[in-house]
Design a protein around this ligand. Structure first.
Ligand SMILES: [Zn+2]
Length: 438
């Protein structure tokens, strides 16, 4: 990294950084510590007799609608009735069984950017094996999370483009992810493909992939896009919060009515490479243009439903229906400002929302697009405010518990947690393979 990016680190150290809109917010360390302690989960020992009950319950949750994975959650009201008959201890046990036997694969986590900001980009300066109150992600929390695979964001700010350092900084972020895998080889391993993910998860480690956020990283160059693929980047968010030379952002003035011809070329090249096209942050016109062109399923690595929270960066029902036809996926973002229903936010802009609100987005996307087209894209360590009940990575199992309460079956929950994004990645890999055949 250049000296320029180092100069403000001392004053940044006690700040919690949010880059969703390229802004930062002070957050008192005491608040963060409170969040940390309140996240501790009570252990639920499972005795032999209850193991039998659990096995039966788990089978019931699977068999009720095992053939209905592609249907919306309304199809599984039987499962909701089953869930209502359970004691809290039984529900806890069933949650653990379903959650930890699934493959939680999150679409967006900004830990690398936090390492850039809080530790001057040095993985050695931050010990992730001990609780880090300023972070949503560390290994003690991950131990409780059930996380099996992660797209680590190699985000860099939009202004790096004007400074001509967006590629350099993206490569530095990639180095941070590589160094994380080197420093913690028992917990993390880099994955380049769906086959890698399955191998690494079978070894009990977190399969680690990279996603570049903001198309300015390629500096308007297809060879740089190809270079990022070679470096291990497996998705690219076409824009961040600002409109770029070839694509409109959802949170900036549109300049192109979606994608320019070069933007279309970028999408085609991503299909050819097997790099997922990520439509989080882009304008609706850009979403629709990309959906018109792509031959592979697209992703929204961290986006929620506009019908519930009318934020320009959320996904409308019109687009959700296009995602079904495209076989793509919308991975729900947890950030308060994207999940609290519009009317409630109007009445109280400080409403941070709850885990229930996040599940409402999952339910909505499953109803409109289909349960095969929804996933999890937390945005942990990249947002300023999170809902009550989803304060850090240790809380993912509670999301599964609420999905059970809402009547989702075990196969549906496993699809939402990670099965769907793994399927999308496999299909994109197949498109790339086919395009390389003579
Ligand atoms: Zn983002």
């Amino acid at each position: 990294m250049g000296g320029r990016s180092h100069q403000n680190h001392c004053q940044h150290f006690h700040r919690y950084i949010c880059h969703e809109f390229d802004y930062e917010q002070f957050q008192a360390p005491s608040e963060m510590i409170h969040r940390q302690t309140s996240s501790r989960r009570r252990g639920t020992p499972i005795h032999t007799s209850s193991r039998l009950v659990l096995a039966i319950l788990s089978l019931v949750m699977t068999d009720l609608v095992a053939s209905e994975v592609s249907l919306g959650p309304q199809a599984s009201s039987d499962s909701a009735s089953v869930a209502r008959t359970l004691s809290e201890a039984e529900l806890d046990a069933l949650t653990r069984e379903i959650h930890f036997s699934g493959m939680l694969f999150d679409g967006h986590n900004d830990l690398p950017w936090q390492i850039h900001k809080l530790a001057k980009g040095s993985v050695d300066r931050l010990d992730l094996t001990v609780p880090q109150p300023l972070l949503h992600t560390d290994f003690p929390k991950l131990k409780q999370s059930g996380l099996k695979a992660q797209f680590w964001s190699v985000y860099v700010p939009a202004d790096t483009y004007q400074q001509g350092i967006s590629l350099t900084q993206t490569l530095e972020q990639i180095q941070i992810v590589r160094k994380l895998a080197q420093k913690y080889p028992d917990q993390l391993e880099l994955a380049d493909s769906s086959a890698d993910i399955e191998r690494i998860v079978a070894q009990g480690k977190i399969a680690s992939l990279m996603g570049a956020e903001g198309g300015y990283s390629i500096q308007c160059s297809i060879p740089i896009l190809q270079q990022l693929y070679r470096e291990g980047v497996r998705y690219m968010t076409l824009t961040h919060s600002k409109t770029i030379e070839w694509a409109d952002s959802a949170t900036d003035q549109p300049q192109h009515g979606g994608l320019t011809p070069f933007g279309e070329e970028v999408v085609r090249e991503m299909n050819r490479l097997g790099m997922l096209v990520d439509l989080s942050h882009v304008s609706e016109e850009t979403m629709l243009d990309a959906l018109d062109i792509t031959t592979a399923p697209v992703i929204f690595s961290h986006s929620s439903a506009k019908a519930i929270c009318n934020h320009p960066r959320n996904v409308s029902d019109v687009v959700l229906k296009r995602v079904t036809a495209n076989r793509g996926i919308v991975m729900v973002n947890f950030m308060s400002g994207y999940i609290v229903p519009t009317e409630r936010l109007k009445a109280n802009p400080k409403d941070v929302g709850t885990l229930d609100d996040v599940v409402d987005h999952i339910v909505h996307i499953a109803k409109v697009a289909g349960v095969e087209h929804v996933g999890i894209g937390s945005d942990f360590d990249g947002v300023r405010q999170l809902p009550r009940g989803l304060e850090d990575v240790s809380k993912y199992p509670d999301l599964t518990k609420e999905l059970i309460r809402r009547g989702f079956t075990k196969p549906q929950i496993h699809a939402i947690l990670g099965g769907n994004i793994l399927r999308v990645l496999k299909e994109a890999e197949q498109v790339a393979k086919n395009s390389k055949q003579p």
